[in-house]
Design a protein around this ligand. Structure first.
Ligand SMILES: *Cc1c(COP(=O)(O)O)cnc(C)c1O
Length: 362
């Protein structure tokens, strides 16, 4: 078998090896059913169990109570950019958005199709290198909700703490690139959504955790598939859901629980990120792309003194078995994506590579 290498890709991204091994077996037979997980009916008994345990484990892991529905949808986080305002931004209403990167701008753009968007804060003045101070947000008069992007995958910034929406508004979070990577108080959120392919599983399934009282509020006539209520009422099985993705996501929830839950995930993620940030800070050779107080634990971004050296860094790293380190084209430099499933050993190997590279090219 080909040996696995360290995969720093931003998404789809590395998955936990024990989960992949379990999924490999389940491809041929789910349990002792003699039928592979992808071949089971989405309405049969074995899949009933798959989806029920995925939901139960998600609830246990993230502390999700009865006030919230857990939905498994399709269309990625990008479809939530329009589904959220289509369902929950009233005609003539306003939603407040915090702009901290190109994903938040894309989210705000879709909301403008349905109502007014008020920018509560933006860090575009410095190319999104920081996350605004929660105390500095300027709300509109009566927003329906406040939307923010908890982790900015491209520049590599992350909110340390979620903002608090004004009275009467609910909190909406695009958590695509740091979902369930640290403890959270889900009762503070109206909606929390993420495509699975960064922290939670394979591409093709989107986790949406939605406060149930919002389901009654559907603000306009929408096609059946676009209504949150459809999916909540039908247990995410109005139509054929992404069964394999739901299975893998469920196994990842279980893996996270077995590892010690979100507190332990955060501890590991902090330790992994510190390994790489220390390597950046130790050598004047590297410049971080994000401000120190806004650094992401998920996407660590940095540059060498020149684009030429950046390209050499990426090529030599690739040759050393460190894959996927090229930064996003809008930022340049390097980006190490080290989500929940990324092993600590890979961060240590990268840090050593960075020291050696600085020594030989500095
Ligand atoms: C990757 C990403 C998205 C887009 O996710 P899709 O599931 O591909 O639609 C949205 N927001 C953030 C923060 C992301 O990192």
């Amino acid at each position: 078998m080909v040996e696995r290498i360290f995969n720093f890709a931003p998404g789809p991204a590395v998955l936990p090896l024990p989960v992949l091994e379990e999924a490999r077996d389940a491809l041929l037979s789910l349990g002792d059913s003699g039928i592979g997980v992808m071949e089971h009916s989405h309405r049969g008994g074995p899949f009933d169990e798959v989806i029920a345990s995925a939901e139960a484990d998600c609830r246990e892991l993230a502390g999700v109570g009865d006030d919230h529905a857990v939905l498994f949808l399709q269309g990625g986080a990008s479809s939530q950019f329009y589904m959220l305002p289509a369902n929950l931004l009233p005609e003539g209403g306003t939603a407040d958005y915090v702009l901290t990167g190109s994903w938040s701008k894309k989210a705000a753009k879709e909301a403008r199709l349905y109502g007014d968007v008020h920018v509560a804060a933006s860090s575009e003045d410095r190319d999104f290198a920081y996350v605004p101070d929660v105390a500095a947000l300027q709300f509109s008069d009566r927003p329906a909700y406040l939307h923010f992007t908890s982790n900015n995958t491209i520049v590599g910034t992350q909110w340390k703490q979620e903002p608090t929406p004004p009275d009467g508004a609910f909190l909406a979070c695009d958590a695509c690139s740091d979902a369930l990577s640290r403890p959270l108080d889900i009762s503070r959120y109206g909606i929390y959504y993420a495509g699975a392919q960064k922290n939670l599983g394979p591409s093709g399934v989107t986790l949406v955790i939605l406060r149930r009282d919002l389901l009654e509020r559907t603000e306009r006539e929408l096609p059946t598939m676009l209504r949150y209520a459809t999916h909540a009422e039908q247990g995410s099985r109005y139509n054929t859901p992404p069964t394999f993705g739901i299975y893998v996501m469920g196994r990842i929830f279980r893996w996270l629980l077995d590892q010690g839950g979100l507190a332990e995930a955060e501890r590991r993620n902090q330790e992994k990120a510190a390994t790489v940030y220390d390597a950046i800070d130790e050598a004047a050779f590297y410049q971080p792309a994000a401000d120190a107080d806004s650094r992401s634990l998920m996407n660590v971004t940095f540059r060498t003194p020149s684009p030429d050296l950046d390209a050499r860094f990426v090529a030599e790293a690739e040759a050393a078995g460190l894959s996927g380190l090229k930064g996003h084209r809008s930022v340049g430099g390097m980006r190490a994506s080290i989500y929940n499933a990324f092993p600590a050993e890979g961060c240590r190997v990268l840090a050593q590579f960075m020291k050696d590279f600085a020594a030989s090219h500095g």
